[in-house]
Design a protein around this ligand. Structure first.
Ligand code: FES
Ligand SMILES: [Fe+2]
Length: 389
């Protein structure tokens, strides 16, 4: 983000803090409780996520040719490689023989030998070795291989499409937001690993916890609220995506500081909601990524939490410090946000009350749900017209 834009956002955040208010949506917004509980909606949500470009990690997870990483995305195991020409490729991490996962974790490897019967693939997905070949006359090494998925690196992140042969147009997906995301550099910072939360909450309840800071003073009274303001957010929509600025408590001190001396990231956290299921959080020292997936039923979701740091993690004590910051942020989400919203899921599933209300002070929450509803409606209209045609 350019400096002038950052200063402008800081001015807006400072004014909201000074006025003890927040950006407001035009009106309250009602949502049907069944959006979080019905099997029909869950199937539509799942189809929506499956059809969207999926941000699966930082480009720094594939730092050089010959490196690879594995990801679980919507329950599917995906192998990503950086090949000798520097390009990123993605494959279903499924052996052609009997479907074992051919790779685990991440690291450097130009060949992947299946742990079950040792069929071996190179990092372009080709089957290069098949022990006991006479048993498989219909399999052709060199031409047969892992199923490839569309893949790209863009705006500092790794992207895949989950359907082989699908188009993957990340530039069209992100629009002008791409340049802004890229400018932070968080996708090139050092990755700190992944932590997974498998929770009995609808995936949208998980996403909702990142869409407003109205809850900071209560849910995070002893954690985030000690550093960040509550119910004070700068909101900007970018098509189906949005950006929130959460001012830190010290922002009011800027009233005493000339603008030329402002260091904006010392005074705020920047949150991006990427359609439909990604949350990015940028601070001066962390590039956090939450990949939130619908689970096998409406009341279950999987969150993969990643973090990257601009610090030099080759120094052991620096690396340990970065890990403890990651652990703290993760524990807060797990023990405060996600634990609390489990009780919402139970109430929603009880059927006792039909609707939820999103306040004018929760514009990010409103925007997420309106974007999802519009995408689902568009998908149903497209399906209907295909059916009619
Ligand atoms: S399942 Fe991979 S070699 Fe048999
Ligand atoms: Fe929270």
């Amino acid at each position: 983000m350019d400096h002038d834009q950052l200063i402008d956002l800081t001015r807006r955040a400072l004014k909201l803090a000074r006025d003890k208010t927040t950006d407001l949506a035009p009106a309250q917004h009602m949502v049907d409780a069944r959006d979080y509980t019905s099997v029909e909606r869950h199937q539509l949500d799942t189809a929506m996520v499956m059809a969207s470009p999926q941000l699966v990690g930082y480009v720094s997870e594939l730092p050089s040719p010959g490196t690879y990483c594995t990801k679980t995305v919507m329950g599917r195991s995906v192998l990503l490689t950086r090949t000798s020409d520097g390009s990123v490729r993605a494959f279903e991490n499924i052996c052609l023989h009997r479907q074992a996962q051919v790779a685990t974790g991440c690291g450097s490897a130009r060949r992947f030998t299946c742990p079950y019967h040792a069929w071996t693939y190179d990092n372009t997905g080709r089957l290069v070795s098949l022990p006991g070949r006479e048993g498989f006359p219909d399999v052709t090494p060199k031409s047969d291989g892992l199923t490839e998925l569309p893949a790209a690196e863009y705006a500092g992140f790794l992207w895949v499409a989950l359907e082989p042969g699908a188009s993957l147009d990340v530039a069209a997906h992100l629009g002008p937001l791409a340049e802004e995301l890229d400018s932070w550099g968080i996708g090139r910072w050092s990755p700190l690993g992944e932590k997974v939360l498998d929770c009995p909450i609808n995936w949208k309840l998980a996403v909702d916890t990142f869409a407003e800071n109205y809850h900071f003073a209560t849910v995070h009274r002893q954690t985030f609220a000690t550093i960040a303001r509550s119910n004070c957010t700068v909101f900007d929509a970018h098509g189906p995506h949005h950006r929130l600025i959460f001012p830190l408590n010290g922002i009011l001190d800027l009233d005493e500081v000339p603008e030329q001396q402002w260091n904006p990231l010392q005074n705020m956290v920047v949150i991006y909601a990427l359609f439909p299921n990604i949350v990015l959080s940028v601070t001066i020292a962390n590039g956090e990524l939450f990949r939130i997936y619908p689970g096998d039923r409406p009341g279950r979701s999987i969150t993969v939490h990643q973090n990257s740091t601009p610090l030099d993690v080759s120094d052991e004590s620096v690396a340990a410090g970065a890990q403890s910051v990651f652990e703290y942020a993760h524990a807060t989400v797990r023990d405060e946000d996600y634990r609390l919203v489990q009780s919402l899921q139970a109430n929603l599933e009880s059927g006792a009350r039909d609707r939820l209300v999103f306040g004018r002070n929760e514009p990010g929450l409103q925007h997420r749900h309106i974007s999802w509803a519009q995408a689902i409606e568009k998908g149903m209209t497209a399906a209907a017209s295909v059916g009619a045609g």
